[in-house]
Write a protein that binds this ligand. Structure first.
Ligand code: HEC
Length: 192
């Protein structure tokens, strides 16, 4: 029973945390678990909202969900220092442009978006900005549902609406299974 204690102590001292205060809350494992659950909840809500909007008013109606509801759902799922967003190698909205680190991860994910039946994920704890920051990414493979707005043949009215809202749109031409992008979850690691 000594081994786990040593590992925990090591992890805690690595993160310069007091051992007794919330022993595991800020361990990389705990943060990855939290990031996964945020992605699950954000991804699930977004897909539901998208499906409902398309059912109600077609793809052009769905565009509105991606434009306004996606950031809303993202901010509802972001709290306590946690922030969730989406990025891609080919963005529709330039605000979703990846950072250098994110771009490197996306390039690797692009070669293999799914491993053992699960979207590829990656994380790091970086001190590049002076403040230790946890960052997690999870690949988003293209599904059938996405093709109407991100695929190779897009209906003229959808194309027109996208061109109006996103003059710099690069997010078309995808096939099912291609990497569409990634969820990004970040959090500042508290320094004690
Ligand atoms: C009804 C049209 C529509 C459908 C269907 C759709 N999207 Fe999008 N998608 C958009 C729009 C519009 C944006 C830009 C949102 C914004 O302004 O942030 C977008 C943005 C994204 C982004 C953020 C990166 C970027 O390109 O700016 C990702 C990732 C993404 N979509 C993935 C998907 C996936 C995965 C699916 C299928 C499950 C999907 N989309 C289905 C319209 C759609």
């Amino acid at each position: 029973m000594t081994k786990p204690t040593i590992t925990t102590a090591l992890l805690c001292s690595l993160l310069s945390m007091p051992l007794l205060a919330q022993p595991q809350a800020d361990s990389p494992e705990a943060m990855v678990a939290e990031a996964r659950s945020l992605v699950k909840s954000f991804g699930g809500s977004l897909k539901q909202a998208l499906q409902a909007a398309i059912k109600e008013g077609g793809l052009t109606n769905g565009i509105g969900v991606c434009k306004t509801v996606a950031p809303e759902i993202a901010s509802n799922n972001s709290s306590g220092g946690w922030v969730i967003s989406r990025t891609s190698l080919k963005v529709r909205n330039p605000e979703n442009t990846p950072t250098d680190w994110q771009e490197i991860q996306l390039l690797a994910m692009d070669r293999q978006p799914v491993k053992n039946g699960k979207p590829v994920e990656v994380w790091q704890v970086s001190e590049a900005s002076g403040q230790p920051a946890f960052q997690y990414m999870s690949a988003i493979p293209t599904q059938k549902l996405c093709l109407g707005c991100h695929g190779k043949s897009i209906a003229p009215e959808v194309k027109a609406k996208l061109a109006e809202l996103y003059p710099e749109d690069k997010a078309t031409g995808f096939s099912e299974g291609d990497l569409r992008g990634a969820f990004v979850v970040t959090r500042d690691v508290p320094v004690n």
